[in-house]
Each structure stands twice: as structure tokens, then as C-alpha cells.
Design a protein. Structure first.
Length: 300
């Protein structure tokens, strides 16, 4: 699970960070990855993670659980069990957390004085994914990002001891932007999970139907919609970029990597003429490095 960090749009815990920071960031990443894998249905019901979280194995020869509703129920049960295990991380009473990734998270929580709220937000976002598969407005999508993305940036600030109201505000803008970039890249993959993160009001404005999103490649209306959402993400990145200049040293380089990852991904989308339906356009390492340098040179 942790080896997926290498495939993100931005560096999760790069080598140049102090070892303690890398350890803490990977502990948080492991938790976030586990939550997402549960929410996306990538963990088998009754499998090893379910057992670790205290759920019994599915009984052999029992009733088939193949329907979408039952699968969603399995995921919600796993998320509930994960939340219960998370509360054990923050409790001084025995027994401690059951899942090894949460046991790994415990020292980070204590060392950095982290609070439960960001972790609970990530769990709630994945619960929402089981209940909500379409978003009517852009504001609805941003509210979802408040749960699914913004807690990660707040945890980074908490781990590095640099949180302040202004930095949190800028971090939220960056994280929401990165989430929207991911949604823009992954339209086809999300549709395969029966999820659409393009606001319905925008789809209507550009004359895009769900059938259009299921096509092998995007027509002019789809590409115009993707360009519009990409521009919104770019505006949010611009709003959040002053966060980079507000810190120093290796943390500045890390945050520049986050912003640059989003910018490089948007460049890749633009280079594909905003046709994301054949597969997610991915930035090259060279384009990422160029964007890191450009971000570090920005005054604000």
C-alpha cells in the first residue's frame, strides 16, 4: 500500500526531508491510502484488512454479496471499523489500535500533537463516496474536497509544526485544487466506479451528458468542460501558492513540490488538448522539475 506513494502527482515524503518528517508523512499517507482503498472497494470484504479491523470473515457458502448496495454496505462497515480503530490511536486505554497502519500512526499523532478531526474528515469523505456519486454544483464539490483533500494539507502543517490560520487557508486552496486536478485527470476511471466529480451545472452549461463521458475520446464540448474545470483548479493553485513563500528550508521545497505537481498535471491535460477520456494525462519528471523551479521563483 505504501509503495503507491511513488505514483502520486506530487512527492509524498521525498528524500531531502528530515527522517522524522518522512516517517510521520508516510504514516499519515498509509492511513489516507487505507481509507481510500476501502472507499474505492479495492479491499475484499471479509479479507485481511477486515479481520485486522475486527470484522469477521464472510461465512463460506453464505448469501452472495455481489450487488452494489451490499458492496457499499461492506465498505461502510469497514469505514466504521476503521473509525473505531482510529479512536484507539487517540485513547490511552488498552487495547491499542488493531490495524498495523494505525499502530504506525500512533507515534506520529503523539509526537506532533495531531487531533482526530483531519483523520475523521478523510473517513467521512469516503462514507460520502458510498452515498453520493454526482455533484450538482461547484460549491458541492468544494465542500466534498473540504473532507477528502484539505485534511491532508492540514496534517502536513501539523507534522512540520507550521500551522497558522493563514497557512491553513492557503493550504486548503492548494489541496482542493489538487483534488480537482485528480478528478479532471480521472474522469473515465471515476465513471467506471459510477462516480462523476464534474458538477452537473457545468455539464449542463457545456452540453455534456454522461454518455459523452463514456465515449472513447472527448468531443469538443467535453474538452471545453475539462478546460473550464482545469482553469478553476489553476486559479485555486494561484490562490494557495503564497503558502510556499511563507515557510523556509526543506519544507518550502516540499510545498513547492505539491503546487508544482498540480501545475505539471494541468500542463499534461492541456497538452492532451483536454481529452482525458482515453486515460489520465500524466506529467513528466522534467515538467515537474520545471514547475518546482518556477514555483520557488514566484513572489506570491
Amino acid at each position: 500500500m505504501l509503495d503507491q506513494a511513488a505514483h502520486e502527482n506530487f512527492p509524498v515524503a521525498p528524500f531531502f526531508l528530515p527522517r522524522a518528517w518522512r516517517t510521520d508523512l508516510m504514516a499519515v499517507y498509509g492511513f489516507a491510502r487505507l481509507v481510500d482503498d476501502i472507499g474505492d472497494g479495492d479491499l475484499a470484504p471479509g479479507g485481511g484488512d477486515a479481520v485486522l479491523l475486527g470484522l469477521e470473515r464472510a461465512q463460506a457458502g453464505g448469501t452472495s454479496r455481489s450487488s452494489a448496495a451490499e458492496s457499499g454496505g461492506d465498505r461502510l462497515a469497514l469505514l466504521d471499523a476503521l473509525e473505531a480503530d482510529l479512536h484507539r490511536v487517540f485513547s490511552d486505554r488498552a487495547p491499542g489500535p488493531r490495524h498495523p497502519l494505525l499502530r504506525r500512526l500512533g507515534p506520529t499523532v503523539r509526537r506532533c500533537a495531531l487531533t482526530p478531526e483531519p483523520f475523521l474528515g478523510l473517513i467521512e469523505a469516503n462514507r460520502q463516496d458510498q452515498r453520493v456519486s454526482r455533484y450538482g454544483t461547484y460549491d458541492d464539490l468544494v465542500a466534498y474536497c473540504e473532507l477528502s483533500a484539505n485534511p491532508v494539507g492540514r496534517l502536513v502543517l501539523g507534522i512540520t509544526g507550521t500551522a497558522s490560520p493563514e497557512r491553513i487557508r492557503r493550504s486548503d486552496a492548494v489541496c482542493t485544487a489538487l483534488q480537482i486536478v485528480e478528478h479532471v485527470q480521472d474522469v473515465a476511471e471515476d465513471l467506471g466506479r459510477d462516480r462523476i466529480y464534474l458538477p452537473a451545472e457545468d455539464m449542463k452549461r457545456f452540453g455534456v451528458t454522461e454518455a459523452d463521458l463514456a465515449a472513447p475520446s472527448g468531443g469538443a464540448s467535453v474538452r471545453a468542460l475539462i478546460a473550464y474545470e482545469a482553469e478553476r483548479a489553476r486559479d485555486l493553485l494561484n490562490e494557495g501558492t503564497p503558502l510556499v513563500g511563507s515557510v523556509h528550508g526543506r519544507l518550502k521545497l516540499l510545498l513547492a513540490g505539491f503546487v508544482a505537481g498540480g501545475r505539471a498535471a494541468l500542463q499534461a491535460v492541456a497538452a492532451a488538448d483536454h481529452d482525458v477520456l482515453p486515460g489520465p494525462p500524466k506529467p513528466t519528471k522534467l515538467s515537474l522539475l520545471r514547475e518546482v523551479r518556477a514555483t520557488l521563483r514566484r513572489k506570491g
